[in-house]
Design a binder for this molecule. Sequence first.
Ligand code: XMP
Length: 326
Amino acid sequence: MENQKRPETMERITTPVLAQAFIDEQLQAIKAQVGDKKVLLALSGGVDSSVVAALLIKAIGRNLVCVHVNHGLLRKGEPEQVIRVFRDEMDANLVYVDAVDRFLDKLAGVADPEQKRKIIGAEFIRVFEEEARKQQGIEFLAQGTIYPDILESGPVKAHHNVGGLPEDLQFELVEPLKFLFKDEVRMVGKTLGLPDGMVYRQPFPGPGLGVRCVGAITRDRLEAVRESDAILREEFAKNGLEGKVWQYFTIVPDFKTVGIRDGKRTDEWPVVLRAVNTRDAMSATVEDVPFALLQHITARITSEVKGVNRVLFDLTPKPTGTIEWE
Ligand code: XMP
């Protein structure tokens, strides 16, 4: 485990100059480690995997094979952003896998949250493994492991989706960010030229919108989660709350309530808004979102999101609530 400890001489990366020095050093190290061999990376579009991708593209270009799995539980616009930033702007060797039907079919009728998480994790590994087998001559696997992952859980990324590839797929790991804290990863990402929307993203759980579409996932209710989340994010960005609030998202429970629209009774879902601040996700407080903004978001969601007639704001800190609803 001795190479799992951040060297005591390593300075905190707090400025673009220090980030550039780190980048230069890592480019050399990556080139020395992988030479002209190919490297595989599961690129979710989250901060860590995006920064690893940008670094490896700089070091080895198209010898990095990025696999972006769309499991249907990503936020609105995410797969498109990954393709635009990495394939179009950085000329990455990017394999886009549309696995939406595959995941949603497997999840159909499954209401238990842990079972949902298990299915999503296992299916992700299966899809990634299939793509890995299609690629010839890959010897390395890059991972966006960061220092808190090592501190919290040993060598495998805490809740990394790609923790358990089968034994016969033996890769040597490339983990250039493994001694960095999140703020340092962001500084490196910014210095590498990644867009702010990617570098300063709020944390997003591995099972994605799957745990916010409470109970058994249906396609229509999942769309209500995705569309309401997009409105919340857009309004938070417009009103200066992006980057200020730690995590904010919407939840759609699996029950309907009565409402009224155009003089007729409706039977539709409620949308729950959640906006919290925390240091370590172990406890959290609720953001004091201006009431007028909550009213505006409510008006937008009830008029723009299909199947929704009611909006609630979750006032519960952690404890007693958790951040997610399941
Ligand atoms: P809770 O709901 O436990 O969430 O207060 C704490 C933080 O963890 C995230 N979270 C997850 N992240 N896989 C992940 O990668 C998961 O299954 C998962 N469940 C919760 C949550 O978004 C919050 O930031």
